[in-house]
Design a protein around this ligand. Sequence first.
Ligand SMILES: *Cc1c(COP(=O)(O)O)cnc(C)c1O
Length: 384
Amino acid sequence: MQFIDLQAQRKRIEPEINAAVQRVIEGGRYVLGPEVGEFEKQLAAWSHAKHAVSCANGTDALSLPLMAWNLRPGEAVFCPSFTFVATAQVVPWLGAWPVFVDVLPDTYNMDPASLEREIERVIAEGKLKPKVVIAVDLFGQPADYPAIRAICDKHGLKLIADTAQGFGCTLNGKHPSDWADIATTSFFPAKPLGCYGDGGAIVTNDSALAELIESLRVYGKVTPTDAANRNFHHDPKYLSLRVGMNSRLDTLQAAILLEKLKIFADEIEARERVAQRYTAAFTGKLRRVPKVIAGGQSVWAQYVIEHENRDGLQAHLTANGIPSMVYYPVPIHQQDFAARFAPPAGSLPVTEEASRYVLALPMHPYLDAPTQDRVIETVLAFNG
Ligand SMILES: *Cc1c(COP(=O)(O)O)cnc(C)c1O
């Protein structure tokens, strides 16, 4: 049994993928070839956003807006601790300070009340300047964007939606980029929309920001706006106006993603069916089953349950040939790299409690009913 069955998806669209890869190899435009621009267009359309800019991975996607906003030492970025390390690690990478915010016990997404408290505390302490909030669509479902946006507006903060696990999720039919200044995503193979290697993108309605990020991903190259406002005495192709990086999506990956995007809506529906079947079987029988925010559509990157004896259940599943994963056993604020930024012990009670009980079960669009029934029966047979 597979935890995430990527081969089932590959077999479904095997001729299309193979033909797309062949086309790129024969076409010879391996870096920023035509498939990259076409994919960006379709990705923006998917989110009903004005712009999408692709890059090398989801971590770069998070760092690019922080670079564009000129994040500096002494500035605070508020983010959850119950998430993949990349969400927080980009902050000290750019010299700024991550301030950890607690999550809600039922959705595992950022708790707006905790966010408000942390912003007030940082302002009262007077050491750091609040600048950015990074909300995460953990396990595939949208954060409470209306509440988080209102808090950001009140304090004049930028909002990033880290939608690496949740790209495609909606809240009342709207996408995270409808509220956030920018949404970032990852095409790591195991994400709901993944490629065959590393990849990432940003989606935004802010045209100036999109243009700046397009420049930053290629060493700060000259943008059309730069060219309109200034005369260059050299071919501007080899001029660099700002410190950027090299972060591009391979043409091959864009070609693969174009094929995957065609079946993505159908796959989200299949994931929803699998999730509903799990929830129907587990409700009332476990410490916790997933709950999606009212009006939300999750893309079910993970199906995460809670059990009093999580480690015992995981051993029981392993003994029965059923794969499972713990996301995340150690919250970020308790990891070595974050020791400097850690709040006092016990400051993030919901995060610390969740990390002790969560367990992710096999979840992908191609999980058939008999296989899923084996997972369900094995979970329910455990009485440890
Ligand atoms: C995977 C992930 C990232 C990082 O994406 P990469 O493509 O692996 O760099 C960032 N944030 C979250 C929430 C993720 O799950």
